[in-house]
Ligand binder design. Structure first.
Ligand code: ARG
Length: 588
């Protein structure tokens, strides 16, 4: 079905044509003066020069053609030549009824569904998830859901950091601590133990210890680099240890991402493309793209139009070791061969922008992707503390994601417990659901590329532009609907009625923007547009609710019309929060 703006523009275009003007002038836009009108059309202003006529005259002629319009209740030509529009409540209710009946509120399938791969999450194994990983997970998940809803074939890949020096560091530290383990015995030919020689908490202590030591002790670092090399070249015991590290870490990561309501289709990592590297390197050399520079193998990626310096992309270090971008390039090669996406979107900290510019250019230049393959870097800003600096623990350390989430759960529980009318257990579960909305909405309501301040008090507030406010609104609607059902009403069968009052109409006008909003949010990979849309709806609903005694209404038909409006509002809000990656409790 047509977007609301297109549907009403159609009527306006018809009028311009009938009055003898170019149809295309009849584009309708949201009103700049909501106090005067609901929508407006500036076509008469735009056409004045071309038709050598005063804009107000054109506007009047067009308005004349719309006197009996079924779409507009009023069309007013105002100086110097604007057309101020108010919608017909009958048309509006008709449009919304159609939305309510159709799957996905009338969203049509794209002409050609795209294959999209989203690379997000990007945690490093053996390191605890920290707040830096939060944004990638939250934004990536929402973009994935929006693109899928829009009808595309979307795959989410976590792209684990599981192959670099950090692995060599852990292996080296383990060797220092327990040199007697079979993994370090070159002569060992038996089966290695099934269980890992460490737990996740031990692993999380081992890595920082190793990393700190390597910074002070160069011989130790040497050993770690050698261990990395041996691992990558298939030394049996090291591979076996590495497998343990991956299994233990991944199990822990899965638990954490599950709590965040984030799901990946692929759990691939840098290590998965290791074997593809030699062939890729050969092709880059054979194509004349890669050359030796001071011993390292590089591909030039600068372009004449560059206004800043874009350094060459390094493919192999002088010792033959591969780098972060070698695995990213090989991953692109593998994805093109195995999945063949039309588009790849990377949701990564914006500080990696230059890096991705190099990788993308290199992938294009060396023919790893097709000329028409879209490569998009969606860089996000930093999550800051109230002091405006990157978010830290009170002690100034890196905040673990788990601790952060536990803190919000607690704050939320405190608020819910204050006016608690539910059992303890339910209050705890509810707090978790609402806390997740606070974190996710707090993040997603900002444009992704901007930094934002993580403010627990504000994010968990039930008032203002927050997740809990949206959930309170939804719960309020659900409660009215269940009371209606308890009294014997059938909300599913209720039919929408043309609005009689302004608050009701305002809510209907907000809801009507759904298809346009989805199109924008998808095309601009912008979850914040979903947030802005539902915030407007929540405000419009609450205004309507405060002005209207819904359940006490005596006119049954009127009441039924409102119930239908509530149903649609609820369904739209639920769909939207699902696109943002959270859900609503039954009560709060
Ligand atoms: N593991 C990386 C990091 O922690 C992020 C990975 C981003 N994705 C990618 N394809 N490079 O910085």
């Amino acid at each position: 079905m047509k977007k609301f703006l297109d549907a009403i523009s159609e009527e306006m275009k018809e009028a311009f044509q009938q009055a003898g003007y170019d149809r295309e002038l009849g584009k309708v836009t949201p009103s700049n003066r909501p106090d005067l009108c609901e929508y407006q059309c500036n076509g008469a202003m735009a056409g004045a020069k071309r038709y050598k006529k005063a804009p107000i005259m054109i506007a009047q002629e067009v308005a004349g053609k719309l006197e009996d319009s079924q779409v507009f209740e009023s069309v007013e030509a105002v100086p110097p030549g604007f057309l101020n529009l108010k919608l017909s409540p009958i048309f509006l209710a008709g449009y919304l009824s159609e939305m309510a009946e159709k799957p996905k509120f009338g969203l049509e399938r794209p002409e050609k569904a795209k294959k999209i791969l989203i690379d997000y999450g990007g945690p490093n194994v053996a390191k605890p998830l920290h707040v830096g990983h939060l944004r990638s997970a939250i934004i990536g998940e929402s973009i994935k859901r929006i693109a899928r809803f829009a009808g595309h074939d979307v795959t989410g890949d976590i792209h684990l950091g599981d192959w670099g020096l950090q692995m060599g560091l852990i292996i080296t530290e383990l060797r220092e601590r327990e040199p007697g383990l079979a993994y370090f015995d070159d002569g060992f030919t038996g089966e290695y133990p099934e269980d890992a020689p460490f737990t996740i908490s031990e692993l999380e202590e081992i890595y920082p210890a190793a990393s700190a030591r390597s910074k002070e002790d160069s011989a130790y670092k040497e050993k770690a680099m050698e261990a990395t090399y041996k691992l990558q070249n298939g030394v049996r015991g090291y591979r076996a240890l590495w497998n343990h590290i991956i299994c233990v870490s991944v199990a822990d990561l899965k638990k954490n991402y599950e709590k965040l309501n984030v799901e990946f289709d692929l759990w691939k990592g840098e290590s998965d493309v290791h074997d593809l590297i030699p062939q890729m390197v050969e092709e880059m050399k054979a194509g004349g793209y890669a050359y030796l520079s001071e011993g390292a193998l590089v591909v030039d990626v600068k372009e004449e139009s560059d206004t800043r310096e874009i350094p060459p992309c390094m493919i192999l270090k002088s010792d033959g070791a591969s780098l972060y971008n070698t695995t990213d390039l090989a991953t692109i090669k593998e994805r093109m061969e195995k999945i063949g996406p039309d588009e790849m979107i990377y949701v990564v900290d914006k500080r990696q922008e230059l890096y991705f510019e190099q990788v993308f250019r290199c992938a294009r230049k060396t023919g790893l992707v097709k000329p028409e393959t879209k490569l998009k870097f969606l860089g996000f800003g930093t999550m800051n503390g109230k002091d405006g600096k990157p978010f830290k623990t009170r002690e100034g350390g890196v905040m673990r994601l788990e601790s952060l989430l536990a803190e919000i759960d607690e704050v939320m529980y405190g608020k819910i417990a204050q006016n608690r009318s539910m059992p303890e257990e339910e209050a705890k579960d509810t707090a978790k659901v609402v806390a997740l909305s606070a974190v996710k909405y707090g993040d997603l309501s900002n444009q992704a590329s901007k930094d934002y301040i993580f403010d627990i008090d504000r994010f968990t507030s039930s008032e203002g532009d927050t997740g809990p406010y949206i959930l309170y609104t939804l719960v309020r609607i659900k409660s009215i609907l269940s009371k209606y059902a308890e009294a014997g009403g059938a909300a599913e069968d209720a039919a929408l009625r043309p609005a009689e009052g302004d608050p009701e109409k305002a809510l209907m006008l907000e809801l009507a923007g759904f298809l346009g909003m989805i199109e924008n949010a998808y095309e601009e990979t912008a979850p914040h547009k979903v947030c802005a849309y539902i915030y407007d709806i929540a405000n419009a609903f609450n205004h309507f609710y405060h002005e209207t005694k819904i359940l006490a209404e005596e006119d049954a038909a009127k009441k039924e019309g409102w119930i239908a409006l509530l149903m649609l509002t609820k369904n739209i809000l639920e769909t939207c929060i699902d696109l943002l990656g959270f859900s609503a409790p039954e009560r709060m």
